[in-house]
Design a protein around this ligand. Structure first.
Ligand SMILES: Nc1ncnc2c1ncn2[C@@H]1O[C@H](COP(=O)(O)OP(=O)(O)OP(=O)(O)O)[C@@H](O)[C@H]1O
Ligand SMILES: [Mg+2]
Length: 376
């Protein structure tokens, strides 16, 4: 009974699809890197295989209603072959290309009239120097492909500093270093039939390039800019015909503009708060969207939601902090992903909802600290 959703990837995002899938009798099948990983632990139908293995992908989609992803690492040629075979690939290959290659993304967004930081594709130290002189040093240099959690992103003060990313014909994306008041994300879901629901913009805080805290809705965002941010995200969704969740990372600049940083086409760290805080979570909505089912309401139940990531832990098993954290913070919703502890690794998150934003932030941070093995 129920539709079959095939998902590529075995991390926490696939794992968090499992709860709403169970509630809705949607059969989740995940192609995982390891059977005992975050998703493999909770999804019984979890074949082990690589995201770039054509045979593994063909087996994954056999009998499935739709193919979707928790990461962007399936090669475009394999997606094209699956689409040619009539597989419902959601998001589709051409949309997903914008999450796979940041230069391609910048080109698409610029062509669609979406406000971005100044940018250029650079192929040599000379081109990098020209861009930096135009945009003003320091600038941000990015690897177009394969970056995550700030890996593949550097601030550089001179062209020579970026030379090591331009050897052997490599290209890079150079960007103006944006002076931002805050980072934002706008999440939406879009069905193949075109229906879109959009969450209110949230504020994200990155530490060393990794998301540390999310506040929903974005606290210091003027109403007109919030409306603009939503409009931008919806324009992008239509322009690239995305299906499923689209997360648009943005900058709220100190001079009062909204610029797009990058796109993700899957459930996103900035949307984890929605599990407890909004009527429909991003994970349920992603399943509904890729199955082309009517989308759920996304209104927020409490005035504020705060999500804090658990990044690394001094405990080898962070669940051993449960007695302490559950006693001290009974209102906290704790999520741990079953991942082996490594320094700085995303192991879980904590969400609090309520009315006193300062108190929510303090208590969410303190609960995460306990899971990280800090504090008493
Ligand atoms: N042009 C820019 N100006 C200023 N800061 C930037 C710029 N681009 C990126 N950053 C900072 O670096 C962080 C990581 O950049 P980006 O989101 O492009 O990388 P990523 O590693 O792909 O991230 P993710 O983990 O979201 O996939 C951003 O959240 C932001 O804090
Ligand atoms: Mg990012």
């Amino acid at each position: 009974m129920g539709p079959v959703v095939a998902v590529v990837g075995g991390g926490q995002l696939a794992r968090m699809l499992a709860a709403p899938a169970a509630a809705l009798t949607i059969n989740l099948r995940a192609l995982v890197e390891a059977g005992d990983g975050a998703a493999g632990q909770v999804i019984p139908d979890a074949p082990v295989g690589a995201a770039n293995d054509a045979a593994a992908l063909n087996q994954l989609v056999a009998g499935a209603d739709v193919l979707t992803f928790e990461h962007e690492h399936v090669p475009g040629e394999l997606l094209a072959a699956l689409e040619a075979d009539g597989v419902a690939v959601r998001p589709g290959r051409t949309a997903l290309a914008n999450a796979q290659d940041k230069v391609h993304m910048r080109r698409t967004l610029t062509n669609a009239g979406v406000p971005c930081p100044q940018w250029a594709q650079v192929r040599s130290v000379g081109e990098l120097a020209d861009f930096g002189d135009r945009a003003g040093w320091p600038i941000v240099l990015k690897k177009p492909v394969g970056g995550y959690d700030g890996k593949g992103v550097r601030v550089i003060n001179s062209a020579a500093e970026g030379g090591d990313w331009l050897t052997d014909g490599q290209v890079a994306l150079a960007e103006e270093k944006v002076d931002f008041a805050a980072e934002l994300a706008v999440l939406l879901a879009r069905r193949p039939s075109g229906q879109i629901t959009t969450w209110a913009p949230v504020q994200t805080t990155q530490v060393d390039g990794v998301c540390s805290e999310v506040v929903a809705p974005a606290p210091d965002l003027p109403e007109d800019l919030a409306a603009q941010a939503v409009q931008i995200a919806e324009r992008i969704a239509g322009a690239i015909q995305v299906t499923g969740i689209l997360a648009v990372e943005m900058f709220h600049t100190t001079d009062g503009r909204v610029l797009v940083n990058e796109l993700a086409m899957r459930p996103h760290n900035s949307g984890h708060f929605s599990i407890e805080a909004t009527t429909t979570s991003q994970f349920e909505q992603h399943l509904r969207a890729v199955l082309d089912l009517p989308l759920g309401a996304v209104d927020q139940q409490a005035p504020w939601a705060v999500m804090v990531n658990v990044l690394g832990s001094a405990r080898t098993d962070p669940t051993t902090a449960y007695p302490q954290v559950m006693a001290a913070y009974p209102e906290a919703k704790v999520h741990l992903y079953g991942k082996e502890v490594r320094p700085g690794r995303k192991l879980g998150h904590v969400t609090l909802t309520g009315t006193d934003l300062g108190e929510l932030r303090r208590r969410a941070r303190a609960a995460a600290d306990l899971l990280e093995g800090q504090g008493p």
